[in-house]
Design a binder for this molecule. Structure first.
Ligand code: SAM
Length: 314
């Protein structure tokens, strides 16, 4: 097979913000602008025809449009009815699925796309503590989640790693979304990474050290999350394709923290799982590949507390 991968162009993904609108209303808006509902084979074609809109087959609030569809001044975007968010980056909140009224931590939250998705899934109820250590990025989160109409978010400026898990403020936190800084090697456009064979631990030279440092940080974030007394479900994600930041991180934290395990049937409709041969539960993990899945390269692990504290719905 050809290894020339210089032309990956992803569709335009549009997440409907159900706090402000519905999928039907957004479809009607685009129909009024001349878009028509595309056929599945048109979405599967190597070039999506112009002026088509599709419903995504995996995520209920996701619409798919031709690549480079320019929506930057569309009133639906300006008024927060839609969010431009790649498909795979909607997996973590979708899989965590906190119920209405839940107390949630989004540990590395800015600019807040996953925070506002969580908020919508919770029907804008309960509380989401949204941490970020970067003030400017947290300000962006505040602006974007306000635009999305979220009123259940409590932004906190500071390092998640410095928070005290036993602070009474966090006593009711049962759900956590962890999307820490990563190498970004799955982001389409960084061809140097995409050209490599991901089945190997393919980091090299100076990248190697950087990726290892990131993996150390990612492990710390997950292990810190596991210390919160009421936490029962934790989702971890990266937009990296390196197993160092993905399967290896998961394997490490499971060994360190036997109180937590991987949810056995997370996202059964999704067939691309963790890299085979990395460890025995890799099939419980979720991966995406840009060419095959037409979304950024992404990784998701869903943990749950073992024993008496699991949610009945698990
Ligand atoms: N979840 C975000 C979204 O969907 O919009 C993207 C998060 S981005 C991958 C990682 C974020 O983690 C950055 O904004 C960075 O400032 C923040 N971060 C890094 N170290 C942190 C720490 N120790 N505590 C809190 N946030 C941190």
């Amino acid at each position: 097979p050809s290894h020339i991968r210089n032309a990956i162009v992803l569709p335009r993904y549009v997440r409907v913000n159900t706090i402000k609108t519905t999928v039907e209303k957004v479809m009607r808006h685009f129909a009024d602008k001349g878009y028509s509902l595309g056929l599945p084979e048109e979405l599967a074609a190597s070039e999506i025809p112009p002026m088509r809109i599709f419903r995504d087959e995996h995520l209920p609030e996701m619409l798919v449009m031709p690549p480079n569809t320019d929506l930057h001044d569309d009133p639906l975007l300006v008024e927060g009815h839609i969010v431009l968010q790649d498909k795979a980056s909607c997996f973590p909140a979708f899989l965590l699925r906190p119920p209405k009224g839940a107390t949630v931590i989004d540990a590395c939250a800015a600019p807040g796309n996953k925070t506002s998705h969580l908020s919508a899934i919770m029907s804008n109820t309960g509380t989401i503590f949204a941490f970020d250590k970067d003030r400017a990025r947290l300000d962006t989160l505040i602006r974007l989640t306000t635009r999305s109409g979220c009123t259940n978010i409590s932004p906190i400026h500071g390092s998640f790693l410095d928070t005290d898990p036993n602070d009474p403020k966090f006593a009711k936190v049962e759900y956590m979304l962890l999307d820490p800084s990563c190498s970004g090697s799955g982001i389409v456009g960084r061809m140097d990474h995409l050209l490599k064979d991901t089945s190997e631990n393919d980091v090299d030279g100076e990248t190697d050290e950087r990726v290892r440092a990131l993996a150390d940080f990612q492990k710390q974030v997950i292990l810190h999350a596991f210390k919160f007394p009421a936490v029962k479900r934790v989702v971890y994600s990266t937009c990296s394709i390196h197993r160092t930041e993905n399967e290896d991180v998961v394997q490490h934290v499971l060994a360190e923290s036997p109180k937590f395990g991987l949810v056995a049937n997370a996202f059964p409709k999704w067939t691309r799982r963790g890299l085979e041969g990395t460890f025995d539960q890799a099939d419980r993990l979720v991966r995406t590949l840009p060419e095959e899945d037409r979304t950024i390269g992404f990784f998701v692990a869903l943990f749950e507390r073992q024993g008496g504290h699991q949610s009945a719905a698990a």
